[in-house]
Every structure is written in C-alpha cells, then in structure tokens.
Design a binder for this molecule. Structure first.
Ligand SMILES: NC(=O)c1ccc[n+]([C@@H]2O[C@H](COP(=O)([O-])OP(=O)(O)OC[C@H]3O[C@@H](n4cnc5c(N)ncnc54)[C@H](OP(=O)(O)O)[C@@H]3O)[C@@H](O)[C@H]2O)c1
Length: 356
C-alpha cells in the first residue's frame, strides 16, 4: 500500500462535547509496527467506555495526591486509582472505539499468524489507532481469525462487551461454561445492554439459574436470550433485586450502575459475590471493607484484562450459534456521531455498530 495515502477517520480534540465534539478528518493510513496488522475495517462497535473517556469521567477517580512509589505495597483503592490513571493516559490521546472487525491488508515484520486477506476480529491497542476510521492497526496478540460464518458486525460486537461478560462469569464468578460446575444462581443487571446480553447467554452455557434485570420493553427479549426470570428495574421488586422465585444469588454480574451494597447484600447467598463492572469510589471502599473484615459476601470490582484465547473462544461460540451478537443499530462512518449519541443515551438493546 502506498505511503501517505489518506483515510476518513473520526476524532475528538478535547474533553467534553459529546457527539458534537467528534470531527471527521482525513489522516494518513496508519503503518503497523512489527507486532501489528493493518486492518481494513468492515465494522466497529461503540462501548460506553469510549465516550466516558471523552467526557473525562475517568478523571475524578485519579489520585489527587502523589507521589506513588512504584514497588511499594499500596492499598486496593490506590492500586485501582493507578490502573484508572494508566488506562486514562493510554486512551486520552485517542478516545475512539476499540472493537473492530475487518480484513488484514498489511503485516508487521514479526507477525506470524496472519496473512493479507485474512478476516479478523480485534481489540485495538489504545495507543496506536482508533476504530472510527477506514483502517486501524491492531496488535497481533489481540487479533483473532474470523470464520466466514461470523459477520463483521457480529464479530465487532464482541471484544470489550463479550470479553467483559466472559471474564466476570468464567473468572470472577468461577462459572464453568460447559455445565460441569455446581448449580449457581446468577443475577445479571442491565441484561439488555451490550455486556448484559452476552452475559445472559454465556451464563446459560453453565449450570446456572439466571435472574436478569432490564426495562419493561426488553423483558421478552431478555427471556429469549435464556434468562429464567426477568425483573423490570423500574418496579419495586426490580429495584430491590428480589428474585421472583425467592432465590439468593451466588453471583451478581452488575452491568447497571448506582445500586448500593445495601440493596445487593440481603439478596446474596452466604458466600455470594457482586462482580461490579461499573465500580465507582464507593464500590472500591466496599471491596476494601469486605476484605478487611473477612466478610463471606464480597464485592469484586472488575476491570477488563483482554486475552486473545478468550476472544477466539467467543468468536467460535458465535460461529457455532451458541452466542449471538444482537445489533441495536447500524450507522455509517460518516454518521458516527449518531452511534456515539445513541450510546451516550444509555438505552441500547445489544450492540451499536458503525460501518465504513
Ligand atoms: N469494567 C470494565 O472493564 C467494563 C467493561 C465493559 C463495560 N463496562 C461498563 O459496563 C456498563 C454497561 O456497559 P454496556 O456496554 O452493557 O452498556 P449499554 O449497552 O449502554 O447498556 C444499556 C442498557 O442498560 C439498560 N439499563 C440501564 N440502567 C439499567 C438499570 N438500572 N437496570 C437495568 N437495566 C438498565 C438499558 O435499558 P433501558 O433502555 O430499558 O433503560 C439499556 O438496555 C457501562 O457503564 C460500561 O462503561 C465496564
């Protein structure tokens, strides 16, 4: 591919501004580093994290006071603040979407597992390129092959949302996704959203009873994903997270936000855990308190640590039709701001996809 050829991309230059802060620009097509592939994008999906970074929402969580001395033992709160600070510093220069699917068109010199023409799904390295563009560079280590049975849009939905659902269930909640584990009662909040809709489907691959929360309009949809019982979060029982069948939850995959520990606590089984994927400062405080007091009931703040073997597993599940990406809406790249605004609005059912 000729050097200095330009592509259409969407960027923002400062904090704030929401969808109106996005700018359509022509920029050079990025060049892959030796361990990266250049992907011609066919689909990108938006995650709330993308616009939260633009909004500066990670900033209040940063430590106000430093220095932090590397190598010294640090409190979980300071550790988590440090992780947020690192994520923030990685993302602030870029800030557009990380989930992509497309075709490999150029290889870095050390790339071993891909050739040009391969169809792939990737989670982008935040320091080297944005997903709201015609091309992006992806690390080989977070790129996986996409079989022909998996469309670009289905694949692009997976990286952040499905990996988060998988990490929460398979690692934090220790659910075996092949039904070999003990029966467990799971609650999934915001089950109609990007993470939640994957979480319901993945949980049902295990030996689980799934209670889910969503808005009234999505109750039948969430049941169709496999949930055993569904609560409308705007009703009294829904707000209290009461299982209609009287179950206590062994694990909660908490994808909504703003629900206090005092609401979860009475609904948990003796060793129940809340896996909080939207942890704020009070969640980190609860996490620390529960640890310090040796509480059997725990709150576990989750930050995604993406792994290609898990992304590959998820792509295979889609191929085998054991997992589906539900598409809320598709938007052309030249209207990427509509996708951004839809995500900010907070009412997506499944994934919001952008196509060049
Ligand atoms: N920790 C991590 O590494 C990590 C990774 C991925 C995502 N996240 C975070 O996880 C959250 C969820 O992400 P997402 O992609 O699933 O978001 P999303 O797709 O935007 O979620 C939207 C859905 O949530 C539902 N919802 C909102 N509030 C609810 C409530 N109180 N109870 C039940 N349902 C509710 C909405 O239903 P209605 O339209 O009916 O209101 C809508 O269907 C975001 O805050 C995101 O930043 C964190």
């Amino acid at each position: 591919m000729a050097e200095n050829v330009k592509m259409h991309a969407v960027q923002y230059e400062r904090y704030g501004g929401g969808a109106a802060g996005l700018k359509h620009v022509d920029v050079p097509i990025p060049t892959p580093n030796k361990d990266e592939v250049l992907v011609k994008l066919e689909a990108t999906s938006i995650n709330p994290f993308d616009w939260k970074v633009q909004k500066g929402m990670i900033r209040p969580l940063l430590p106000r006071k430093f220095p932090h001395i590397p190598g010294k033992s640090i409190s979980p709160l300071v550790l988590c603040n440090g992780i947020f600070r690192l994520l923030h510093s990685l993302l602030v220069d870029l800030g557009t979407a990380l989930d992509v699917a497309g075709e490999v068109v150029r290889l870095g010199s050390d790339v071993k597992n891909f050739k040009t023409g391969d169809k792939v799904v990737a989670m982008l390295n935040p320091t080297s390129g944005g997903g709201l563009a015609e091309f992006a560079v992806a690390r080989e280590s977070l790129t996986v092959a996409r079989p022909t049975e998996v469309s670009a849009a289905e694949g692009a939905g997976l990286p952040v949302a499905a990996l988060t659902a998988h990490q929460a269930l398979a690692q934090s909640a220790e659910i075996k996704l092949d039904r070999t584990g003990n029966q467990a009662n799971i609650l999934i909040t915001a089950a109609s959203g990007g993470v939640g809709h994957y979480a319901v489907q993945l949980a049902k691959l295990g030996n689980t009873h799934v209670t889910a929360t969503c808005g009234a309009r999505n109750i039948e949809f969430v049941k169709s994903l496999g949930a055993d019982e569904v609560l409308d979060y705007k009703t009294q029982d829904g707000a209290a997270l009461n299982s209609p069948s009287g179950r206590k939850y062994d694990a909660v995959i908490h994808c909504a936000s703003g629900i206090p520990w005092s609401t979860f606590e009475p609904n948990l089984s003796a060793n129940g855990k809340v896996i909080d994927i939207t942890p704020g400062p009070s969640a980190f405080l609860t996490f620390a308190l529960k640890k310090l007091t040796f509480s059997k009931k725990q709150l576990v703040p989750l930050i995604l640590i993406p792994k290609s073997e898990h992304l590959n597993y998820l792509v295979q599940l889609v191929k085998e039709r054991k997992l589906k990406t539900v598409i809320d809406s598709k938007h052309p790249l030249n209207k990427a701001e509509d996708a951004w605004a839809k995500s900010i609005d907070g009412h997506a059912t499944g994934k919001i996809v952008v196509e060049p």
